[in-house]
Design a protein around this ligand. Structure first.
Ligand code: B12
Length: 526
């Protein structure tokens, strides 16, 4: 049987789809992955049409996060116009909204896809398409009649085959041509995140927290609270394979809770990693449970950067609005530990929260200004993902547009006085932060001018320097690693500096949607 997996993501760094592809392939089927970055055209490009005609898949699978909902809806109808091939959707957005997604497609996968897609493909090989598939996780839309299916029981992650960094069945649609990435590695590197120097990997699945804004708070209702973990041997096997690609110089562990591994695991992992892999890497940490001993073990193995979600510097916002039970005192303690270990810190903040008062915002700024420097910071809009407790509340209160999460992400993040000041906190003197940190009613023209001026200049001068210093320090000032990281990432680094200079954010996706809204209004109707 043949399976075509389609991703509409803007970059070539895929994880979930690779797992599905590798598992289905390991069972003897022919699989291709096609990346059509942000495809949102009115017609099916002849290149894509030709590729499907030539491959003749028995099933087409489309992967989508919420941001890809309209592109997925569009390409599904274009494929359906030309081909009589069953289509299945899966991915985070489908897990959140299976009931809505199933309206546009034959099947949706409301949970993990590895076993579900395999079962569906084999079912299509054995049964008549008119019969109704009875497969865990797979909802069916049979001529408009919907059959729901409860989530599949969990499986042991070590039973999955190992995924590759650049599999040879990975294709891309570009300039009306389909190209194989393995045959065009330069093209792959131009579309992969960090210039194709970084392998993204997950060693656990699950998150024990129910933060009110996070999509995980909903997915954990589906998958259960238990965190599933891969063995050290299984992770090292993947890394050894990845290590063969000379361009990969950095490993990015995308686990929501990497620190759920116990000390024994960390000890064994660090020893093996140092021995066989020996590349710098990054992990995500949660402030309340950061363990110094584990951090030191990882640091010794090559840990160079940690991403820590802070979200807000106000305990009221974290506890009462985000249901995130972490006091800022724990953040301060964790920041201290991170700073002492010499690992580069990157703190993530959520802004533009309509429930936040000016007092909360001021508390947030002064709390963040107390953190040990140097550190770097990223801001993201509060996004009202469907199914989360915060979204339900915001919709009830008439505050959130239930559709906004489909399009609003990074754009115009530094529009407000508060966001600008928050972004500046790691870089300007604390006395200046205190002077600028005040309510709107107490601000004068001087405050507004200073914020605009500092925001413009700091982004173009101090920020890149601090960023570079923090990264080099995280890499223990190892010249070889620093040079390799910088040269490997020079395109993203230059793009960041350039975008900072031009004062541009990640606008492309929103603009594309606007154009599509004008050209294809019917696509945006319910
Ligand atoms: C790694 C990661 C990325 C990577 C790679 C994503 C990828 N496509 O593989 C990168 C860095 C590219 C990324 C980017 C973004 N991400 Co991200 N990312 C993650 C993260 C941390 C882990 C995902 C992962 O690898 N999980 C492990 C794999 C095995 O699971 P999976 O991807 O869900 O895939 C399984 C199922 O979903 C299903 N499945 C997936 N595809 C398909 C397809 C078919 C046909 C079927 C049947 C099943 C199926 O089967 C898979 C295997 O079991 C999650 C957090 C999380 N815990 O999920 C956020 C997360 C998915 N990201 C999120 C967001 C918001 C983004 C961005 C929009 C951020 C931004 N502001 O730019 C961008 C969007 C990029 C784009 N579309 O252009 C949100 C999504 C929320 C939502 N409602 O969509 C999450 C949930 C984070 C969060 N807690 O809010 N991300």
């Amino acid at each position: 049987m043949k399976l075509l997996l389609l991703s509409l993501q803007s970059n070539a760094s895929l994880v979930g789809i690779k797992y599905i592809a590798t598992n289905v392939q390991a069972h003897g089927h022919d699989v291709r992955i096609l990346l059509a970055p942000g495809y949102l055209e009115e017609i099916l490009a002849s290149g894509i049409e030709g590729f499907i005609k030539e491959f003749q898949p028995d099933l087409i699978g489309i992967s989508l996060m919420s941001i890809e909902f309209y592109p997925a809806k569009n390409i599904t109808r274009l494929i359906k116009d030309k081909f009589d091939i069953p289509v299945v959707w899966g991915g985070l957005h489908v897990i959140l909204k299976p009931d809505e997604c199933i309206q546009y497609v034959d099947y949706v996968c409301s949970g993990e896809g590895e076993n579900a897609v395999l079962a569906l493909l084999e079912y299509l090989g054995n049964s008549h398409r008119d019969s109704i598939a009875d497969i865990p996780n797979i909802w069916v839309n049979h001529k408009g009649v919907i059959s729901e299916k409860p989530a599949q029981p969990e499986f042991d992650l070590d039973t999955l085959p190992i995924i590759e960094y650049l599999p040879d069945n990975f294709y891309v649609y570009k300039d009306n041509r389909i190209m194989n990435f393995a045959d065009n590695p330069k093209l792959f590197r131009s579309l992969a995140l960090y210039g194709g120097t970084c392998h993204m990997m997950v060693t656990t699945r699950g998150c024990p927290f129910y933060c009110g804004y996070c999509a995980n708070a909903y997915t954990m209702k589906v998958f259960g609270k238990k965190i599933r973990k891969r063995s050290v041997a299984n992770c090292i096997e993947e890394l050894k394979l990845v290590r063969k690609d000379p361009y990969v110089i950095y490993i990015n562990f995308e686990d929501d809770w990497f620190f759920s591994h116990d000390k024994e695991w960390m000890r064994e992992f660090s020893a093996e990693y140092k021995k066989y892999i020996n590349l710098p890497f990054m992990v995500r940490v949660f402030p309340g449970v950061l363990d110094r001993e584990k951090l030191d073990l990882l640091r010794d193995a090559g840990l160079s950067l940690v991403i820590m979600g802070v979200q807000s510097g106000s305990d009221r916002v974290n506890f009462e609005i985000y249901n995130r039970k972490v006091k800022f005192a724990s953040v301060e303690k964790a920041a201290e530990v991170i700073s002492e270990s010499g690992v580069a810190p990157y703190y993530e903040m959520i802004t533009d929260n309509p429930y936040e008062t000016e007092e909360d915002q001021m508390e947030c700024i002064s709390a963040m200004s107390r953190l040990k420097r140097p550190y770097t910071i990223s801001l993201a809009h509060l996004t009202f993902f469907p199914g989360t407790t915060l979204t339900e509340k915001a919709i009830k209160d008439g505050i959130a547009d239930p559709e906004a999460y489909l399009s609003r992400y990074m754009v115009k993040i530094d529009d407000t006085y508060f966001n600008k000041l928050l972004y500046l906190t790691p870089y300007i003197p604390r006395a200046l932060i205190n002077y600028l940190n005040r309510k709107q009613i107490d601000r004068t023209g001087i405050h507004n001018f200073l914020i605009a001026f500092l925001s413009f200049t700091v982004k173009r001068t101090i920020e890149p320097v601090v960023f570079f210093y923090v990264i080099a320090r995280g890499l223990k000032f190892n010249i070889k690693w620093t040079v390799r990281t910088v040269t490997g990432n020079w395109k993203s680094a230059v793009a960041k500096v350039l975008f900072n200079f031009l004062g541009k954010g990640d606008m492309e996706f929103d603009q594309q949607l606007e154009v599509a809204r004008k050209k294809m209004p019917e696509l945006f109707e319910k």
